[in-house]
Design a protein around this ligand. Structure first.
Ligand code: F6R
Length: 556
């Protein structure tokens, strides 16, 4: 999603910012721009990659602000890209501004008639009109990270979003992504919320701490795509998690009434948490505003108050999850409130990581937009929260699937796809359909196997592929029934199974190593990742950067 990278310094300023923006590219964007100043300002903007930005014509540049945009208000276009410039003052902004229409009216009445479609333009014009970032920020109620540059000064601020400043060469770097900033310097300061900082050499408010260098984002040298590289890392990651001791947070979360909250794949991981008996309730983070928390009392009269919550978020920056934390922190009824908020995140320094009792996902940086290794790592950590026995051979079993991936590559998957599963495999069916939609752009579906006969069977004919998630667990017999129904409608069956009857029914089988019912979800997750990957590859999709999506979803 949107990213900010600024440099207050003279050494190759424009190229330094352009390189910084390229490092943020993994978060995904659709346009970008840089403003530089040598006393006069010049701004360049483009669609897609920072490589498309033209070199500015001014020389002796002393500072600059840069941005990568992921469209929310207003279409993808060069005029909508940041920085937005009014009266030689440039502004870049992460976040959304809910009251921008009101500001727009005011600003237009003041003679700013060049305001386009975006919320940031209103903010930039207002700041320019007031001549002060701190004054204009008083009008913004939403979360934000912002940098504003006049002809000779740079100001930065943030509220509940990430923004860091680091000491670098002859000056300072400002960046919304800590892992990127750490590639340049480990002398870093995180801004305080709502405070406006002027960036200059004499600013005594900038106090840097030496940051422990985190693992760098590794370049992909071995595989075509980061997604495949990340799929292949899974045995090692799961082994690492299983071999570590349970942290005190793993232990304390799993005791008493609990609720798991997440978005997208992280929400689906949470759904499996219910089968691991670590959660009584699982809520999709984007639903929490409309979700009546009192419902807990209705559907579970013996546990009227949910006292613990676990936020699952790979990035730790998902806006829906941050909003959910705000909602549940304020929730209180019948004398009980959510007292302890834990998180499972791949970034302990993220907004969620820092505001909760955070468990490190230990999956290493994930560069492909589509989550793979972080999803299975989430499942492994939920196992660590539970008291269930673990299969110490699970990493080897994942490796067997990976070693036979050429079989999955060879299976034809049609453009009409349904994933079906029962019990704990149903969230994997949802995850399989999500992976397929994300990277192939095909409208893949997912249903609990027993639901087929209640409607979706009407879709089926020989043009459909139905992926049956069928480990030999308690649900296996019911999965066979569903597979018979599919076969009778001439759809093609891909079975992920070890069961002989299911293999007989299937057009194609992907052999599933045997493990516990719940850990089978980790194995089937790897298979559905590979099915989506090879289908996307055959369709020639941009696997690591699917259209319209962002790695870190920082807006609601
Ligand atoms: C799917 C995917 C998304 C994320 C979702 C939540 O492959 O990556 O659905 O799972 O945006 O992101 P985090 O876990 O960062 O909160």
């Amino acid at each position: 999603m949107c990213g900010i990278f600024c440099y207050y310094g003279k050494e190759n300023t424009f190229e330094t910012i352009r390189e910084g923006l390229k490092k943020i590219e993994y978060r995904c964007h659709d346009s970008c721009g840089i403003s530089v100043s040598n006393g006069n300002t010049e701004t360049v903007r483009s669609l897609n990659s920072p490589d498309n930005l033209k070199l500015p014509s001014i020389s002796s540049i002393q500072m600059g602000i840069g941005h990568t945009r992921w469209a929310t208000h207003g279409e993808v276009s060069i005029p909508n890209a940041h920085p937005h410039v009014y009266n030689h003052q440039s502004l870049v902004h992460n976040g959304t501004i809910a009251n921008h229409n009101k500001i727009k009216e005011e600003i237009k009445s003041l003679g700013f008639d060049t305001i386009g479609d975006t919320d940031t333009e209103c903010f930039a014009a207002l700041t320019s009109h007031l001549g002060s970032l701190s004054e204009s920020l008083k009008r913004i109620t939403d979360r934000y990270a912002v940098a504003w540059m006049t002809r000779s000064k740079m100001f930065i601020s943030k509220d509940r979003m990430s923004l860091y400043v680091g000491q670098y060469k002859d000056g300072f770097l400002v960046c919304s992504d800590l892992s990127v900033l750490l590639e340049y310097t480990n002398k870093i300061m995180e801004l305080k919320d709502k405070k406006c900082y002027k960036i200059c050499w004499t600013n005594k408010e900038l106090v840097f701490k030496t940051h422990k260098q985190s693992k760098q984002i590794e370049e992909n040298n071995t595989e075509d795509t980061f997604m495949m590289q990340e799929i292949l890392e899974q045995p090692e990651i799961i082994e690492g998690i299983y071999n570590k001791k349970r942290t005190r947070y793993h232990q304390s979360f799993s005791f008493g009434p609990t609720c798991i909250i997440g978005s997208g794949s992280s929400y689906y991981a949470g759904l499996i948490g219910k089968f691991m008996e670590v959660a009584n309730h699982v809520i999709c983070a984007s639903e929490i505003d409309s979700y009546d928390l009192n419902q807990y009392r209705t559907f579970d009269p013996y546990e009227p108050n949910v006292l613990k919550a676990l936020i699952i978020s790979q990035s730790g920056e998902t806006a829906d999850c941050i909003r959910a934390i705000e909602s549940i922190s304020n929730y209180n009824h019948g004398g009980g409130a959510v007292e302890e908020i834990y998180s499972l995140t791949n970034n302990l320094q993220s907004t969620i990581g820092k505001s909760t009792m955070a468990i490190d996902l230990l999956a290493g940086p994930e560069k492909s937009v589509c989550s793979t290794k972080t999803f299975t790592a989430q499942l492994a950590h939920l196992m660590m929260c539970s008291y269930m026995d673990k299969d110490k051979y699970l990493p080897e079993k994942i490796q067997i699937i990976l070693d036979n991936r050429n079989i999955i590559e060879g299976i034809p998957v049609s453009n009409n796809i349904i994933f079906i599963g029962k019990g704990s495999q149903y969230p994997i069916a949802l995850e399989g359909a999500l992976k397929m939609q994300e990277i192939t752009y095909l409208p893949a579906l997912a249903f609990p196997a027993g639901e087929l006969k209640h409607g979706p069977l009407a879709l089926l004919d020989e043009s459909w592929t139905v992926v049956c998630l069928a480990p030999e667990d308690d649900n296996y017999k019911k999965m066979l029934l569903a597979a018979h129904e599919v076969k009778a409608r001439h759809a093609k069956i891909i079975a992920i199974t070890s069961g002989e009857e299911m293999k007989q029914l299937a057009d194609y089988t992907i052999e599933l190593p045997k493990t516990s019912e719940i850990e089978s979800t980790i194995l089937t997750a790897v298979v559905v990742q590979l099915l989506a990957y090879y289908k996307a590859k055959k369709l020639g999709r941009n696997i690591d950067r699917p259209r319209n999506l962002a790695k870190s979803v920082t807006v609601e």
